[in-house]
Design a protein around this ligand. Sequence first.
Ligand code: CDP
Length: 777
Amino acid sequence: MTASIGVAMKRKEDPRFIRGRGRYLDDIVLPNMLYLALVHSPYPHARIKSIDKSKALALPGVKAVITGEDLDAAKLEWLPTFHGYDKQMVLAFGKALYQYQEVAGVVATSREIAEDGVELVEVEYEPLDPVVNPFQSKEDKIILRDDRESKTNHIYHWEVGDKEKTAAALDSSAVRIKERILSPRCHPAPLEPCGIVADMNKATGRLTVYMTSQAPHVHRTAFSLVTGIPEDKIHFISPDVGGGFGNKVPVYPGYVVATVASVIIGVPVKWVETRTENLTTTGFARDYHMDVEIGATNDGRVTALKVSTTADHGAFDAAADPRKYPAGLFGIVTGSYDFPTAFAEVDAYFTNKAPGGIAYRCSFRVTEASYAIERSMDILARKLDMDPAELRRRNFVAKDKFPYSSPLGFVYDSGDYEATLRKALDKIGYDSLRKEQAEKRKRGELMGIGISTFTEVVGAGPGKHFDILGIKMFDSAEIRIHPTGSGIVRAGTRHQGQGHETTYAQIVGEELGLDPQELLVEEGDTDTAPYGLGTYASRSTPVAGAALAMAARRIREKAKKIAAHLMEVSEADVEWSDYKFNVKGIPGKSVTMKDVAFAAYTNPPPATEPGLEATYYYDPPNMTFPNGAYVAVVDVDRDTGHVQVRRFLAVDDCGVVVNPMIVEGQIHGGLTEGFAMAFMQQIVYDDAGNHLNTNFTDYLVPTALETPHWETDRTVTPSPHHPIGAKGVGESPNVGSPQAFVNAVMDALAPLGVTHLDMPLTREKVWRAIREAEAKT
Ligand code: CDP
């Protein structure tokens, strides 16, 4: 197995080409189109006493005002959630449960008129006391959800592992650490917000939906289930959606209200949310308060891990998790380490905050888990007075233990953690950095080195374990080769800039010996693409990428018959090598896939179906376990608290690489997001439940100015069960990097006795920690 593919292309041109076409939602303007704007609650928790639409309806150009009561009358007021633990209100009905919650929709002939109409909708609220964090929620003094039978704010308890054995092991461990670690509420904040054009054609009875969707097929099914419109009468088109990062997986109220308006009025209705709507109402990420305990021997062998999490899910449990995994794949919390025993539990609560808990560039709570274990390993290293790299090395799952069964139920496919860490430490010059740090410490300077050796789990299914709305998490590919050897490749995924148009063409080109430049890749149109579960959680390459390779191999099987026919030999004498069909033992006697494609339509063997196409629905036998070793080097300004990231090296192992440049781009983007989470980003609510950072001047997104320079490298341990040995990569840098930054800053502050600070490590927070530490000494 090679380390990267693209050999077919290398013969002709630079393998690192990027292709792409695009149509953005903004470009979609249809005849007679109306526009939707939404009314939002100013209160985090309030009873809605009345809604007066009359002034808005009197405004010229306003065509309709829709409220929760209207939707309730049409039985469209509740949305199912993906995992089915809860349901979500479309428009606030009876009570508003978070600030900015959608209360009504105004449909008008222009966006501006719709927004003016919003100002004229008069809502009478009776403010109620809010519940602003899960610890307050736990007390059940204020019950938030009147609609639920059970009168508690507790949503679920989930646990995995051996509780008793872990408790006993912790009790008898020579060394123990315990820390509450917060993975703060943050937001994917795609630059392009969510939107929809719903177009109900009353003449044909067909609803066409252009929607910023990372999972168009699942959304079509959900729309059919909720509205009762047969699935064949619903056509989803996910245009180029801009950034997604998990934010465009859930169904949001604006989508539903626009669709209802179009169905009722019979013309297209467009809704594109504002920046503030995106930040305040759409799927947030994280918000896990994790109490982590690790036991170890005096020489630094871990003995047990216990993690108890209190999760803030906001007003509805709209977490985009598979049904059997209400806390996602949090069980990956043992990370890269060989814990003899472990136990993890999550208790989730409602609060007066926006709903969500989406997989922000993360395979369902893997970022939280990875942050918890990587921070804790550093805290343990400090307690043991051991180098954090050495502690990791002593506890890695050894290379010869794969496939490795973790104590929390995963079977890791492959990895060589030691080699990846070694590569990272050698490349960054770890030993000399430590010497430099020792010198600086003597002078009172604060320099830190932070390590993260994370393991991820990506590529859901298998279908037997994973489903969304009951639909098994497989994915699909369809390949049609035209007579002249070009072709069309379709998949059930939908990229949001990850470059599938390039990499999917490469996978198929490699399998078939065809020029990827002549393979058109299409995704996102439910009328043409095979059914798939979509693109999120780095599942595209592990699942749809595998489906593509398998569909191509199906084509190759048929092509072999045709090749034998063309060369007038028996099929058994034909072999596929060097991107063509050769006759065994007769050098030079060969035909290419292009020759075969032409023959498939012009001269197929007798009794053989003409044409050259195949479909494959791939249900993966297991997930893939990409991993990496990241090292951050920081200098902290003692006077100002400013953290300068001097170097950052990411060594990733995502198995066989399809396209090195695309992988590098994925890593650069994810590291930039990890940097933002570590230093800048947190959705902040005040004690009254008001959302304080509702735009990009208050919720910060890094620009090129503050983003560090990224260094990258890789190791390759192919996934043994994936047809081309690839693992996912898109989320690795987001999952793996925040803890490297935080570990580096904590390492810098170690001489001051600071052991842990929660993200984001803003200049003020670091400055205060330094001042407080100095005051103590
Ligand atoms: O599901 P998503 O596309 O977000 O994530 P992914 O499967 O990790 O892929 C992100 C991009 O990196 C895609 O274009 C992949 O084909 C590419 N990739 C690659 O070239 N080699 C890998 N081993 C993994 C991903």
